[in-house]
Ligand binder design. Structure first.
Ligand code: ZN
Length: 211
C-alpha cells in the first residue's frame, strides 16, 4: 500500500509540473508533444497551423504532406511542438528562415544566371572591393515548399513580404536577395552588363534578365 501511494503522488506531481509549464507558454501554446487533431468542418491546414502558432509548411512537413494539401473533415493531422516541427522541416529539406549570410555564389540558380552572377561578382570585387552574396540559404533559389514557408511567415506577421508559392522569380533560380546595401549599389552600377538588375521596391532583391 505504501508503494501505491508513492506512485500516485509522483504521478500527480508530474501532471502539475506539465500543466504549469504549458501555462507559462501562453494560452495558445501547443502541448509538450505532438497532438493528433481531427479536422473539423471549415478547417484548413492553414487554419489548424495558425491556431497552434505554427506555419503551414511546418505542420505539412511533420505530416509528410505538401504545404498546399487539402485536408478533409474527420482526417487526423498531427500538430507538432515547435521543436518537432523544426526537425521535420530540416528532414524535409525545407530550411528554417534565413539567419546568416551565405558566403560565395548562391546555389541552385539557373545556369546562365549563375555564370553571369559569378562574372559580376568578380567584377564587383575588382572594381569596388565588394563581394556579392545572398542574405541566407533561402535568399537565392527556392523550392515551392520553401517559398510556401516564407509566404506563411509573411502572412503570420513573422517574416518579410514574400510572394505566394508558385509566383516567385526565386523559384525559377533567377533572383537573389543580397545581404548588404553596398552589394545592391554595386549591382546598380555594373549589373546590367551581366544581365542582373535591381527590380521593385526592395533594395535587396535583384533579378537576372538575360545577358
Ligand atoms: Zn527576392
Amino acid at each position: 500500500m505504501g508503494a501505491r501511494r508513492a506512485i500516485g503522488r509522483g504521478t500527480t506531481c508530474a501532471a502539475v509540473f506539465i500543466a504549469a509549464a504549458t501555462a507559462g507558454l501562453g494560452a495558445a501554446a501547443p502541448a509538450v508533444a505532438a497532438v493528433a487533431h481531427v479536422v473539423q468542418p471549415g478547417e484548413t491546414l492553414w487554419s489548424i497551423s495558425a491556431a497552434n502558432n505554427l506555419t503551414t509548411a511546418t505542420v505539412a512537413a511533420y505530416n509528410g504532406i505538401a504545404a498546399d494539401s487539402l485536408v478533409y473533415v474527420g482526417e487526423t493531422i498531427d500538430v507538432p511542438t515547435v521543436e518537432e516541427g523544426a526537425a521535420a522541416l530540416t528532414t524535409a529539406g525545407v530550411a528554417p528562415v534565413a539567419t546568416a549570410p551565405v558566403a560565395g555564389s548562391p546555389s541552385g540558380l539557373d545556369p546562365s544566371a549563375a555564370a553571369a552572377w559569378e562574372q559580376m561578382r568578380q567584377a564587383s570585387l575588382a572594381t569596388f572591393g565588394v563581394d556579392l552574396y545572398p542574405d541566407g540559404p533561402l535568399s537565392g533559389y527556392r523550392t515551392y515548399e520553401q517559398q510556401a514557408y516564407l509566404y506563411d511567415l509573411y502572412l503570420s506577421g513573422q517574416g518579410a513580404p514574400a510572394n505566394p508559392p508558385g509566383t516567385s522569380v526565386h523559384e525559377l533560380g533567377l533572383a537573389v536577395d543580397v545581404a548588404e546595401p553596398p552589394m545592391r549599389d554595386a549591382i546598380d552600377q555594373i549589373g546590367a552588363a551581366y544581365g542582373w538588375y535591381g527590380i521593385g521596391s526592395e533594395w535587396w532583391h535583384v533579378e537576372y534578365g538575360g545577358g
